[in-house]
Design a protein around this ligand. Structure first.
Ligand code: UD1
Ligand code: CA
Length: 458
């Protein structure tokens, strides 16, 4: 059977009191609508159709090719929103999965259960419900004495007796497409002047069609974002879900309540994550690493056995056995090869530190290539920007920089070169020589004593 997902995302989200359309508010770093979209796409396999209206252009820009779109120009209710998809979708699929773009915690497994139930029973509609008295303003599920669902009554229209019923409409449905497209134009106008999708349930019963309900017991799945308080609640629930899964996969989280891992992150087993650590975007952490506390890692790859303390890593790449921090800042294009030690108050941008490089204290390395086993002493700075253009610094292997060396790029230091403390290096330094002074000049071969003669021609 062919199936299409329709996700409603046209509402304004008045209660968020925001310029941003509701479904673009972020949860675990990603717009709400992408959470809903991923869950739907995971079960239908195809590209979901998004009903957009309020802030349509911004929503399209954020979602792009991941969805196709139908516009609901005026927000006349959830039933009216689904109706806007009819022209594009009629005859295109046998089933329509409908979810709300403001419900980011619905799990693919749950949506799959709705679809399976419909295929088993041939129901006109299968809806998702939960027994939860605490969900005060949710639609109430009415059942006949023999148990079948007969209708959903919205909270505002429900009688005190109906309000006391425990079963709630979560807001996810799998419809028989042919029945849905024929039934939608018959939805009644609600007392609020809207067309409610929930009224389709009673229509199916009137039509003599079967209605089925699947119950979830996961309260997190029901979180719909109408307010900023619910956004924070969803953040906590999603965090708990993600962190529980990583612990089950063999990752130690010392304090899951203060560990923030976005759904797009991957972590190897036996890695230990200390409190107040934020792992974001397309970050991958290898096995047996120690991360945190107080660390933010964004779009960065770490090999096995890395240690990162109290640091900020953005768009960087670390091989195995690298240790970083405290108070290090890796920026875009930083590459730290195997065994690099980068201590406190360092910044590396668009630069490679070769295997075994040591950079202990207070340094800026930008637009540079540092050869294996070189030593970047305290206070080293690559002067990579002359106000107009960026230039490159290249160090060979086993270069030893004295404290407070300024490398005025473009400049190259050969293998085994050395600089004296406080050198301002404006010219290339050949291999195996010592340069010092301001500006730095080669004084002798590295390792020779001062009283010995300078190398020929230098
Ligand atoms: C809806 C259900 C309610 C259920 C609750 C669960 C209806 C009528 N009611 O109520 O039974 O318990 O969800 O959270 O469906 N939207 C549009 N166009 C519109 C109106 C809404 O696209 O004209 C979108 C919204 O952007 C939102 C979703 O549909 O993403 C749900 O709308 P919302 O107004 O939040 O419905 P609830 O009042 O939460
Ligand atoms: Ca809602």
């Amino acid at each position: 059977m062919s199936i299409v997902a329709l996700i409603l995302a046209a509402g304004q989200g008045t209660r968020l009191k925001s310029k941003l359309p509701k479904v673009l508010h972020r949860l675990a770093g990603r717009p709400l609508v992408l959470h809903a979209l991923d869950a739907a796409a995971a079960v239908t396999g195809g590209r979901p159709v998004l009903v957009v209206g309020h802030g349509a252009e911004a929503v399209r820009a954020a979602v792009g090719e991941r969805a196709s779109y139908v516009v609901q120009a005026e927000q006349l209710g959830t039933g009216h929103a689904v109706l806007q998809g009819r022209a594009a979708l009629v005859g295109q699929a046998d089933e329509v999965l409908v979810t709300y773009g403001d419900m980011p915690l619905l799990r693919p497994e749950t949506l799959q259960a709705l679809i399976e139930r419909r295929r088993e029973t041939g129901a006109a509609v299968v809806l998702l419900t939960i027994d939860a008295l605490e969900l005060v303003d949710f639609g109430r599920v009415l059942r006949a004495p023999e148990g079948g669902v007969t209708a959903i009554v919205e909270f505002a229209q429900a009688t005190p007796e109906q309000r006391a019923l425990p079963e709630r409409n979560v807001g996810a449905y799998c419809f028989d497409a042919a029945w849905l497209w024929a039934a939608l134009p018959r939805l009644p106008l609600s007392p609020k002047g809207e067309y409610y999708l929930t009224d389709a349930i009673a229509l199916a019963v009137t039509d003599g069609r079967r209605v089925e309900a699947v119950k979830t017991d996961d309260l997190a799945e029901t979180i719909g974002i109408n307010t900023r308080a619910q956004l924070a609640q969803a953040e906590a629930a999603l965090r708990e879900r993600i962190n529980t899964a990583w612990m089950a996969a063999g990752v130690t989280l010392i304090d899951p309540a203060t560990t923030y891992i976005e759904p797009t992150v991957a972590i190897g087993p036996d890695t230990v994550i200390a409190p107040n650590t934020h792992l974001r975007g397309s970050t991958t952490i290898g096995a047996e690493c120690e991360i945190g506390p107080n660390t933010v890692i964004v779009d960065t790859t770490l090999g096995a056995r890395c240690v990162v303390r109290q640091s900020l890593l953005e768009s960087a790449w670390l091989a195995e056995d690298v240790d970083v921090g405290p108070f290090a800042h890796l920026r875009s294009g930083a590459r730290l090869e195997r065994g690099v030690h980068m201590g406190n108050f360092g910044e590396v941008k668009n630069a490679t530190l070769g295997p075994g490089v040591k950079m202990g204290h207070f340094s800026y390395i930008g637009d540079a290539q540092i050869g294996a086993e070189s030593n970047i002493s305290a206070g080293t700075i690559t002067c990579n920007y002359d106000g107009v253009k960026k230039s490159k610094t290249v160090l060979g292997e086993r270069v030893f920089l004295g404290s407070d060396t300024l490398l005025v790029a473009p400049v190259t230091l050969g293998d085994d070169a050395q600089t004296g403390a406080g050198s301002v290096v404006t010219r290339d330094v050949p291999a195996n020589t010592l340069a010092l002074g301001v500006p730095a000049r080669v004084v002798r071969e590295r390792g020779q004593r001062l009283t010995e003669k300078r190398p020929e021609g230098r």
